[in-house]
Design a protein around this ligand. Sequence first.
Ligand code: SF4
Length: 306
Amino acid sequence: MDYSEIINRIGDHWKLKYGKKIFKITMHGDFTCPNLDGTVGNEGCIYCNMKALEPYIDLKENSEIEHHMKYLKERNGAEGFIAYFQDYSSTYPVQSIEDKFKYLDQLYRNAVSHPDIVGISVSTRPDAISKTELEILKSLNTDVTIELGLQTINESDLEWIGRGHTVKQFTDAVELISGYGFDIVAHIILGLPNETDEEIIELARFINSSKLNGVKIHQLTVLKNTRLEKLYNDNKAPEILSENEYFRRLGILVSYLKKDVVIHRLYTDAPSKDLVAPLWCSNKTGLQDRIFKYFIENGIRQGSIR
Ligand code: SF4
């Protein structure tokens, strides 16, 4: 079965929109996060280990970007690219940069200057984006997607994570961004301590009734050098979902998500050198196929339940 009959996948969405095979190309800026630099908090989210992303975010020089594009064209048949800024809060430069808006303007403008770039995607927090950053992005005259961390609509779980923002701050940010006509994608996590099946359904309904265009779904993952690793080693972490249980909860969410919500991601993968648990996501080869096998065997289709 064609997987596009089961869920609304980002690759299919881009193919329809641009008429070609689009890949994200991850780029790097000098960013930090209000939840790490003391503005909101110093300790970061309980699972935060931005260093685990570093092997993927080393593209800074134009020559490196060009080289990576060539690789993706030859190996994966890429025909166009979205410039993707994902590290830390990618609208929030490090404090040592004096004119942060000038920095963002130059960084984003350079990123979209290549003729094969069809748009830009910026990942950030609800409390790290304002009209000024949005105006800069608007002035690029390209397709803009903002990825915004929500993680959960359960305030107790937000506190457990140590997110340092509320659901209301998220919805306010979505309202602000939607005024610019940009696509908005929420990052969410399944497997948080207070999660129930009913809450997963409530989360799907929250997304369906919002101005969100897409979701990135992750399982709660324990990475090395995080506060969560310490809890895990001390047997104080919540139960980390088995593969089967994650697929079951994912199936509930997907079934209740309306069909026009684009699904950008179905799971987290992490380099084995940084991963503590769950180990089933260490080898992503075959993981996507196992998810779709589960969906097919259990009659899961996006939007099949409303
Ligand atoms: S918002 Fe992102 S970068 Fe900031 S502490 Fe949380 S996971 Fe880390």
